[in-house]
Design a protein around this ligand. Sequence first.
Ligand SMILES: [Zn+2]
Length: 272
Amino acid sequence: MKHLHRTCPLCGADNRTRPQSRYSKGEWLIKECPRCSFVYLENPPPYSDLEENFAWEKTYAREVDYRRKRSPLLYWISSKNKKFKGKYLKRNKLRDLLKSFNVRGKVLEVGCGCGQFLKDLEDGCVPFGIEISKQLAKTAGKAVSNRGGTVINASSLEGLASFDDGSFDCVIMSAYLEHEIQPKEVLKESGRVLRPRGRLIIKVPNYNSINRVIRDRNWCGFRYPDHVNYFTPKSLKEVLKGAGFSIEKFGLQDRLPTSDNMWLVASKPEVR
Ligand SMILES: [Zn+2]
């Protein structure tokens, strides 16, 4: 198995000689940066493995299987709970945000998976996607082709590089940024392809959630080696400001410690 070595994705500190966190698992080393306290996977597999071996759809299936075998009752309760929440409570969160920020025009989802969200975008939006998994990118491409958009099968940085400055009205990263081994670089590139005042909408697991504290190593936010960044409300804000974004919406409702996830809307400042 090949591993990359990452310095802290937030502050750049090289923590290879530092002890690993107790959240490490098997060969996967989790580090808590002593300089900025960011928690991250230090030795992820290279991007090339994400195209197939560690493609999300495969690691997710393995994870579900593992959880089901480890604790059938907990698995049953949590899947019922997820279904309930998915159906009645959270279904429209992303859609509501797009509506309340009056998003129109070209919308790019980075890490678009099979295009589930893109294909149902409101009329008036043209869906584009970037997806590293070959299989998912293919499915997503079919889903958006009749809406005038395209899906690029590439790593996010490569995909973003193929678009001109100011191409998009909105960029979406839903359950994506926790997977990205170069989050700062991807955010900067996303800023480049957004038009001034364009919106960036992010959904990401909240490492500071109460559930993580209670369930500890069994928290659903830990996925090896898929999740490589463990953001807190503070570090999420910092990384976005560092990439040149203004925070538009990130109230208490968007980062409740009782939720495993947080939502943030940022925008690209007007050029002066
Ligand atoms: Zn750091």
